[in-house]
Every structure is written in C-alpha cells, then in structure tokens.
Design a binder for this molecule. Structure first.
Ligand code: HEC
Length: 173
C-alpha cells in the first residue's frame, strides 16, 4: 500500500513538472506568441542548419532554417511526419550588397545578411496543436511576438505543404 502511495505521489509530482514545461518550446523566455503560446526556445541560435533560402520581391531577405536535435534527426532519417518535440526555426535578415566584398572581387556580385528581420518557429505537438496539423506557429521580432492576425495566416498557407507534414524546407546535405 505504501508503495502505491509513493508511486502515486511521484506521478503527481512528475505530471506537475511536465505541465510546467508545457509551452512546447521549453522554458518561457519572454512573451508567448498569440494563439499557440509558443515562446522563443533557449539556445535556438546554436541549432544546426537545415538549409538556407532567399526570397526576392517585397521580402528581399536571406533565411537560415535551423532545427533542434529532434528535427535534425527526423530530417536525416527522412522521417515523416516529424515527431513531437520537433522545432524548426527560420531566421531572416535583409538582403544587402556588400561593398566591402565587392571591392575585393572587383565587381558588384556580393550579397550578405544585413539587419535581422524576424524569427519564425514551428513547434510539433500533435495533441496540443491538433487543429493546425500538429504544429504551433510563432513569429518574433526583437524578442516580441507578432499580433494575432499575423499568426492566423501561418497554418492556412502551410497547408500547401501538407504532403510533407506542412514543412516546405528540404534538408540540404
Ligand atoms: C503565404 C504563405 C505563408 C505564410 C502566410 C507563412 N508561411 Fe511559413 N513558409 C512558407 C514557405 C513557402 C516557406 C518556405 C520558403 C521560405 O523559407 O521562405 C515557409 C517556411 C517557413 C518555416 C521554415 C520551415 C518550412 O516550413 O519550410 C517556418 C518555421 C515558417 N515558415 C513559419 C511560419 C510562421 C510562424 C508563419 C506565420 C507567422 C508563417 N510561416 C506564415 C509559406 C508561408
């Protein structure tokens, strides 16, 4: 009987710990994004590279797409859907000409990352985010989340990548 009581209390304590960690991105580090409650995951800037991208036109940016260990493992094992705990981060910077580099090349050919634009995140938690394909979405600028209207646009557009678990970016070996 004692044993059962001990295990029950252990379960209660553990449940408490898990619930406290519930903002799927780890410890709350600043404000949570609207709708999905995603916060900026600590240490994300040190995560490994999935790929890079460049958007022209109005966006005119450079992007790096990084993943936590769960994401990188799933990509390398070509596992779909991505398992719970996957976090993919997309960083964007303005796309600017580098006069410094152009001088070295002797002609205008170099473009580099300028000021940061924003950071977007996708966090996989198939139960919590069941209504949006298992993904929680978030966008931050200077550590502050974008408004609710912006967050309503994410999932409908990512629907186009449904066949690849709503993720557009391919792994660049
Ligand atoms: C108009 C469609 C559209 C909207 C709206 C949109 N995305 Fe995306 N997203 C894309 C496309 C296309 C890519 C891949 C190309 C790129 O990296 O620019 C992408 C890439 C991403 C990635 C990298 C992983 C992947 O799927 O390739 C993340 C993370 C991401 N978006 C998060 C968000 C968040 C968060 C929002 C809402 C704040 C959002 N997106 C809104 C189309 C969209």
């Amino acid at each position: 009987m004692r044993g059962i009581a001990y295990w029950l209390s252990a379960v209660v304590v553990l449940t408490g710990v898990v619930v406290c960690m519930a903002p799927a991105s780890g410890h709350a580090d600043g404000q949570a994004a609207p709708i999905f409650g995603v916060t900026i995951p600590p240490g994300y800037r040190d995560w490994r590279l999935i790929s890079v991208a460049h958007e022209a036109g109005d966006l005119n940016d450079f992007r790096a797409i990084l993943g936590n260990d769960v994401a990188i493992r799933a990509y390398r094992e070509e596992k779909l859907p991505f398992p719970d705990g996957t976090i993919i981060v997309r960083l964007a910077w303005s796309y600017i000409a580098s006069e410094e580099n152009n001088k070295v090349f002797g002609r205008a050919q170099s473009f580099v990352a300028g000021a940061p634009i924003n950071v977007q995140l996708m966090v996989k938690d198939s139960r919590r985010y069941a209504a949006t394909g298992g993904w929680g979405f978030a966008q931050f600028k200077d550590g502050k989340p974008a408004d609710e209207a912006v967050h309503k646009t994410c999932s409908p557009c990512h629907e186009s990548a449904k066949a690849r678990d709503f993720v557009f970016t391919h792994y660049s070996p």
